[in-house]
Design a protein around this ligand. Sequence first.
Ligand SMILES: C[S@@+](CC[C@H](N)C(=O)[O-])C[C@H]1O[C@@H](n2cnc3c(N)ncnc32)[C@H](O)[C@@H]1O
Ligand SMILES: Nc1nc2[nH]cc(C(=O)O)c2c(=O)[nH]1
Ligand code: SF4
Ligand SMILES: [Mg+2]
Length: 225
Amino acid sequence: MTDQVLNINEMFETIQGEGVYTGVPAIFVRLQGCPVGCPWCDTKHTWTLDENLIDSVDAVINKSEESERFFGISDLGLLALFEQQGYNAKHVVITGGEPCMYDLTGITELLHERGFTSQIETSGTFEAKCAQQTWVTVSPKVNMKGGYDVLTSALQRANEIKHPIAMQKHVDELDALLAGIDLTDKVVCLQPISQQARATELAIKTCIDRNWRLSLQTHKYVGIA
Ligand SMILES: C[S@@+](CC[C@H](N)C(=O)[O-])C[C@H]1O[C@@H](n2cnc3c(N)ncnc32)[C@H](O)[C@@H]1O
Ligand SMILES: Nc1nc2[nH]cc(C(=O)O)c2c(=O)[nH]1
Ligand code: SF4
Ligand SMILES: [Mg+2]
């Protein structure tokens, strides 16, 4: 267990919409703070980590629309909150924001001790500190203004590499990143940016050519969180 505080912008039960675990019921924990700055990010409301944005647990959990407000909680406190909410899902997705700004060793080990499986969605710009059993999905961010230089080790730890693409240049960037990475036991997925038709077409074609997987943001197609 770590004594650090996890700053939570959203917590909800839904269906994992992306990547290898698509379709699996999951508790989503969205952590606050991200310095990477992807222009097309669909969670810009999580970027700012400022104590003036702290709110109550109830106000954050019961948000009816996206906001920058968050609450801080301990690893054990978070587990207690899951029970209080009466969640059924046994898979927990820790996302953000950039969750690997936090040391997730304590919370992920605790989750596995309590019979949950865990998954982290990360940009690969910080080292993933988590339980050995945690499924790490790295969605590599190349040439973003707040990028850091740990991508190679993040990609080595990754169980899944899920690359957002809109144009051929993004596929070429992924090829460059994957050179020298041992892909044995890793799944590579392409995820069209913002459901654009041309991005989807390119992702489908490239996945067929390369024998990679297509990851659609299925929650957006069916209108769930
Ligand atoms: C919001 S990010 C949060 C976790 C982490 N910062 C990251 O980038 O992986 C979660 C996932 O959504 C993807 N994503 C964000 N905005 C997107 C968009 N507009 N279209 C497609 N995927 C997007 C990211 O690449 C990542 O795989
Ligand atoms: N249903 C659902 N699946 C997701 N998979 C990754 C998400 C994310 O924002 O990290 C996400 C999300 O926001 N909702
Ligand atoms: S790294 Fe993730 S949370 Fe941060 S800006 Fe990019 S997509 Fe958004
Ligand atoms: Mg999302």
